[in-house]
Write a protein that binds this ligand. Structure first.
Ligand code: ATP
Ligand code: FE2
Length: 342
């Protein structure tokens, strides 16, 4: 039986929802001892789920060994195994789940299924000390404004079509940008946007508390092709419009809930412009602005391990035979009893 608050009890967390295969060791008191990762890089276009899954299967052993090595622990020191159970791409999720089930069975330790979106929120809270934030979670596949209320992370607003990160990635590919030194497309757009001078008018679409980015994406690509501005100007304008939409919805959630913090998490959280816009509204409402550190912003095993620990400490685990993945597992469907005691 692992000791619930011990630095000597460890969780192995496995992340495999999309293009990353991650494995991490986190202690029960919340120290990230290792956070290994290998990213699938499609030759062209977006992620092909089955190819990404094949990549994950190929690198799993190497990434797991790296996580154990860096943490300087042996497999027998692992107290529980956590894995991302959804939402995500089916073949990718199943590959990570298979590795997690095999390890938990072999080591004879509890298995904990973690919701990937909750993972992004909990690692942000752990890293910044936020206790009860309004969270803007923005990544390649998700765009969600949420806050905790009555046992669950409630969704206050979300995208009605594509996610913020996906909008930036598809735009970047459509205008012929290249990823340099492995930098994500969002970071490439951010760099160009800094040099933009002219604002090009683009559609701003907030419907109630929800957002839509697909029309904005099409208009931004068209603005570039019809030379309404330079590439830098269009990147600048795309960021201005998209991030204003995100900021508006986050501010409304903050005004409504009067939470003490605003937390920015997910891969797009790395964006300095988005950070600065959210900081302004947090200040105006007397809330502390918190942003997940870069090393924990994109998908990673540590967020799964830490959330697994929180869930396990409140009595949650899943028998191997019932540990099916759930590709559409919504944030608000996750019962999160540990949050009240945090
Ligand atoms: P999921 O949606 O399942 O959480 P994901 O793998 O798509 O997972 P993350 O790894 O959290 O998401 O984030 C990747 C996204 O973050 C990509 O769309 C990428 O372009 C974007 N991104 C990374 N750095 C920046 C940046 N500096 N500015 C804007 N976007 C960024
Ligand atoms: Fe993610």
């Amino acid at each position: 039986m692992p000791d619930h608050n011990s630095a000597n009890s460890y969780c192995l967390g496995i992340e495999s929802t999309a293009d990353d295969f991650g494995a991490a060791i986190v202690s029960f008191e919340g120290k990230v001892l290792s956070n290994a990762n290998d990213t699938y890089m499609p030759k062209e276009g977006g992620i092909h789920p089955r190819e990404a899954a094949r990549h994950h299967a190929e690198v799993a052993e190497k990434v797991l060994a790296e996580a154990l090595d860096k943490a300087e622990i042996k497999p027998r020191d692992i107290s529980i195994v956590a894995f991302s159970q959804g939402p995500g791409l089916g073949p990718c999720l199943r590959t990570g789940a298979t590795a997690a089930r095999a390890l938990a069975s072999y080591l004879d330790v509890p298995l904990v299924g973690v919701n990937h979106c909750v993972g992004h929120i909990e690692i942000g809270k752990l890293a910044t000390g936020a206790r009860d934030p309004v969270t803007l979670y923005v990544s390649g596949g998700n765009t969600i404004v949420s806050a905790f209320e009555a046992g669950r992370y409630r969704i206050f607003g979300e995208t009605l079509d594509i996610a913020m990160g996906n909008c930036l990635d598809v735009f970047a590919r459509a205008v012929g940008l290249r990823q340099r030194r492995g930098a994500p497309f969002g970071a490439v757009v951010e760099e160009l946007a800094r040099k933009g001078k002219k604002f090009v008018s683009l559609p701003y679409t907030v419907k109630g508390m929800d957002l839509s980015f697909s029309g904005l994406l099409t208009a931004a690509v068209q603005a570039f092709r019809s030379k309404k501005g330079s590439l830098e100007d269009v990147c600048f304008s795309l960021q201005e419009v998209a991030f204003s939409m995100l900021t508006e919805v986050t501010e409304r959630a903050l005004a409504h809930t009067e939470k003490p913090e605003v937390l920015l998490t997910g891969g797009v959280a790395a964006n300095k412009k988005l950070q600065s816009m959210l900081e302004v509204i947090a200040d105006e409402h007397g809330a502390r602005f918190c942003v997940v550190p870069l090393r924990l912003a994109a998908d990673n095993g540590a967020m799964i391990a830490w959330t697994g620990i929180l869930a396990y400490k409140s009595g949650m685990s899943v028998p191997v035979e019932k540990s099916f993945v759930n590709v559409k597992w919504r944030l608000e469907d996750v019962y999160a009893p540990w949050v009240e005691g945090q």
